[in-house]
Design a protein around this ligand. Structure first.
Ligand SMILES: [Zn+2]
Length: 183
């Protein structure tokens, strides 16, 4: 029996887990919805065991509705935003991507997320905190802006930052021997 709400059939690979977050249309597009969707991204980002990579969560929102979600499950696996966009599929076109950490713009074990974002047709990207990784600093957001994407940063900043604390500690630890080894 087809559901009467067939107009809202999710993409073939719907977001897993604890259901979607629906924000009242009265606040869609406003700062309140940015904060709410970023909270959801932070919630997702807390999942998985990505060490030594950072915890990252992402949500793709089209017209106030979550159409894709993702988190970085483990090192070597897809990045949160790439996964969320993949799950959103065609619904990413014109959508807003919320991601807790500034998207990467360099080749690691996976291709740069900036490329996936540009290919997806997302119109706006909101990230929680800038990437302090020296390969990335200013890179991801800047590349998106240059490509004409509306980029915002800040909602849920402290929560997003808290997510990456263990990773920041790892980075600091890695950086230490290089300077400490000098007599
Ligand atoms: Zn990435």
């Amino acid at each position: 029996m087809p559901s009467p709400s067939a107009a809202h059939v999710p993409s073939p690979a719907p977001a897993r887990g604890s259901g979607s977050v629906v924000i009242p249309s009265s606040v869609v597009g406003g700062a309140a919805s940015d904060a709410a969707f970023m909270r959801r991204a932070v919630e997702l980002g807390a999942r998985g065991t990505p060490a030594p990579n950072p915890h990252v969560g992402a949500v793709v929102v089209l017209e106030g509705r979550v159409v894709g979600e993702g988190h970085h499950e483990r090192a070597g696996a897809a990045h949160a935003e790439a996964l969320a966009l993949e799950r959103a599929g065609a619904q990413a076109r014109g959508a807003t991507l919320y991601v807790t950490l500034e998207p990467c713009n360099h080749h690691g074990r996976t291709p740069p997320c900036v490329d996936a974002i540009l290919a997806s047709g997302v119109r706006r990207v909101v990230f929680g905190c800038p990437d302090p990784n020296p390969h990335v600093k200013g890179g991801g957001a800047e590349a998106l802006r240059r490509a004409g994407i509306d980029v915002a940063y800040g909602p849920g900043r402290s929560e997003a930052r808290a997510l990456i604390e263990p990773w920041l500690a790892t980075l600091a630890e890695r950086a230490k021997p290089a300077t400490a080894s000098k007599p």
